[in-house]
Design a protein around this ligand. Structure first.
Ligand code: SF4
Length: 501
C-alpha cells in the first residue's frame, strides 16, 4: 500500500421498488472507497414464511463481479429498502468472509443489518465488556460490536435500542442501519466520515430517500442532494417520517452529545473523495483546487532562466489532477510561468498482477499502472504534483520513470503537509516508522531518496486556510495524520489489531 486507504463506502435506499438495484449503482460510484468486498441487504416481507426477512448477497471482489448475476435483483434482493457496503479490509482480515458487510442478524426485535465506515476508538473496551458477558463474536470487525450493543440494550424497540447502543460508541462511525421498518443513517459526533442524504422523486408516489458516503452515488441514481447527515445525528427514515417530510417537515432525529466538537476528515478533501462529490457540504473539486493554489504560494514552480522553456507541471493521476490545475493557474497569476501537461498516463484496468520470479515486483506493479509520455517530458524542467506522500515508494519509482523519459530536472510538489502519524478514525495508513516523512531527518534527505531536484509540501496552515477559504472553519476538521493532534482519544493499538482480538 502506497496511499492511505479508506475502509469503506456505504449506501442506503428507502421506499423504492428498485432499492437493491439502486444500491448496486451507488456502490459502483463508491468503488474507490473499497475494492476487496461488496454486499447488499434488502428488507422485505416473505409471504411464504409470514414474516419480514432480510435477503442479502455479499462476497469478495469488485461490485461488478460480486453482482455479476443480474438475476439476484429479480429473485433474491427483493424489497423497497436496502443498504450496501463496499469494503477495503486490513490485510489480516482480507480472507475472512465473516468480515464482509453489511452484517445481518436476527434478534429479539426482528431483523437488523448494518454497514459501517470508520473505526471505533473504544473497540477494545467494548469488546472486553461484551466478552465478559458471554457474547460470542462471528467476525473480527469492530462493526459487529454495535450489533451486540443493540441486541443487549435494555431499551424497547429497534430505534431506541440503536440510539442507546450508539451512546456507547466512540471514534469514527458513519453507519447505515436497516430494521424491518426503517433505514437509519448515523454520523458520529465528530463527523469524521462523510454521509449525505438525497431524495429520489417518484411519479405518483412519495419520494424515495437515500444516503451515501459521497454524492457521486446520487448522480448515478438520479437523486438530488438534500443535506448532510449532521455530526452526531441519528436520522430515522421510515414511512411516517417520509409523510412528514413530504408535508414540509424533517425526519425524526436524535443527536448524540459532541464532547470533542466536530472534526471532519481533511484527508477526504486531500485525496480520498472523488472530485465530483460533495462531502461535508462542499465540492471536493473546489477544495482541491484551493489546495493546489495554496501550494503555489508555499512551494512555487522553480524559476527558469529567461529564454528557457516554461516548466511542465503534471499531476500524478488521477487524484492530483485537480490540485495541479489550481497550482498552475495560481503560479501563472504569480508570474511563475509554467504549463500544465499530461506526462503520466494511468492504466485503469490493472487488477492483480502476477509477477514472475526474478522480476522486481514493485517496479512492475508501478509500471503496469503508469507510463510516461516521452514527447512531453524530454529535455524539460518537470514539476510533478501529488496529493500526498505516504510511504513514498510509488513516488520514487515514478520519478525514476520521468527521468528515464528524458526530463532535464524533476521537482516534486505535494498538495498537503507531510503525513507523520497514522489514522485511528477509519483510514488505513502504514505504521509511524513506515511513513516517508518519518524515515528521513530532513526534507532534503527525503528529496535525495526520491531522486528529485527539489521537494516541497503544502504547509498545514496553508492546507487549513485553503479548506476555510473554500468552505468551512478549519476548527471543524481533523488533521491528525499531518499534525499528530488527535481530536478523540484513542485506545492505541486497537485499529491495527482489529483482526487479532
Ligand atoms: S487522522 Fe487524517 S485520515 Fe484520519 S480522520 Fe484525521 S485527517 Fe482524516
Amino acid at each position: 500500500m502506497d496511499k492511505a486507504r479508506d475502509h469503506c463506502g456505504i449506501v442506503g435506499i428507502f421506499n423504492h421498488p428498485e432499492a437493491a438495484r439502486l444500491s448496486y449503482f451507488g456502490l459502483h460510484a463508491l468503488q474507490h472507497r473499497g475494492q476487496e468486498s461488496a454486499g447488499i441487504v434488502t428488507a422485505t416481507f416473505d409471504e411464504a414464511k409470514g414474516r419480514p426477512t432480510m435477503p442479502h448477497h455479499k462476497d469478495f471482489g469488485l461490485v461488478l463481479d460480486v453482482f455479476a448475476d443480474a438475476g439476484l435483483f429479480e429473485t433474491t434482493l427483493l424489497g423497497d429498502a436496502a443498504i450496501g457496503h463496499t469494503r477495503y479490509s486490513t490485510s489480516g482480515s482480507a480472507t475472512n468472509p465473516a468480515n464482509i458487510q453489511p452484517f445481518v442478524v436476527h434478534y429479539q426485535e426482528g431483523n437488523l443489518a448494518l454497514a459501517h465506515n470508520g473505526n471505533l476508538s473504544n473497540a477494545r473496551t467494548l469488546r472486553d465488556e461484551l466478552v465478559a458477558k458471554g457474547t460470542l463474536f462471528n467476525s473480527s470487525s469492530d462493526s459487529e460490536l454495535i450489533l451486540h450493543l443493540v441486541a443487549q440494550s435494555q431499551e424497547e424497540g429497534p430505534t431506541a435500542r440503536i440510539i442507546d447502543a450508539l451512546h456507547r460508541c466512540k471514534g469514527a462511525f458513519s453507519l447505515v442501519i436497516l430494521t424491518d421498518d426503517a433505514l437509519i443513517a448515523v454520523r458520529d459526533p465528530n463527523g469524521f466520515r462523510p454521509l449525505a442524504l438525497g431524495r429520489i422523486a417518484r411519479e405518483g408516489g412519495a419520494a424515495a430517500y437515500c444516503v451515501a458516503s459521497e454524492t457521486c452515488a446520487f448522480d448515478l441514481i438520479g437523486a438530488t442532494y438534500v443535506r448532510d447527515v449532521e455530526p452526531g445525528e441519528i436520522l430515522v427514515i421510515d414511512r411516517a417520517g417520509i409523510e412528514r417530510v413530504e408535508r414540509g417537515g424533517d425526519f425524526y432525529g436524535h443527536c448524540l452529545p459532541r464532547p470533542h466538537g466536530v472534526s471532519q476528515c481533511v484527508f477526504e478533501f486531500v485525496y480520498f473523495a472523488r472530485p465530483d462529490s460533495m462531502i461535508f457540504g462542499a465540492m471536493v473539486d473546489k477544495v482541491r483546487r484551493k489546495l493546489g493554489k495554496a501550494m503555489a504560494h508555499d512551494a512555487p514552480v522553480p524559476e527558469v532562466a529567461s529564454g528557457e522553456k516554461r516548466p511542465i507541471v503534471m499531476a500524478v493521476p488521477d487524484s492530483s489532477n485537480t490540485a495541479a490545475i489550481g497550482y498552475v493557474s495560481e503560479s501563472n497569476k504569480m508570474g511563475r510561468r509554467c504549463k500544465l501537461d499530461i506526462g503520466l498516463i494511468r492504466n485503469h484496468y490493472v487488477g492483480r498482477t502476477f509477477i514472475s520470479p526474478g522480476q522486481d515486483a514493485r517496479e512492475l506493479k508501478v509500471k503496469s499502472k503508469f507510463n510516461t509520455v516521452k514527447g512531453v517530458l524530454k529535455d524539460r524542467v518537470v514539476v510533478m504534483v501529488d496529493d500526498s506522500i505516504v510511504r513514498g515508494t510509488t513516488a520514487r519509482q515514478l520519478v525514476r520513470m520521468v527521468r528515464d523519459a528524458g526530463a532535464k530536472e524533476v521537482h516534486f510538489r505535494v498538495a498537503s503537509p507531510p503525513v507523520i502519524s497514522p489514522c485511528f478514525y477509519g483510514m488505513d495508513f502504514p505504521s509511524h516508522d513506515e511513513l516517508a516523512a518519518n524515515k528521513f531527518a530532513s526534507i532534503d534527505e527525503l528529496a535525495d531518496w526520491l531522486g528529485v531536484d527539489s521537494l516541497a509540501y503544502l504547509s498545514a496552515e496553508g492546507m487549513m486556510r485553503a479548506v476555510e477559504e473554500a468552505h468551512d472553519e478549519a476548527e471543524h476538521y481533523c488533521n491528525a495524520c499531518f499534525t499528530a493532534n488527535y481530536p478523540v482519544p484513542v485506545e492505541l493499538g486497537v485499529v491495527k489489531e482489529e483482526n487479532d482480538w
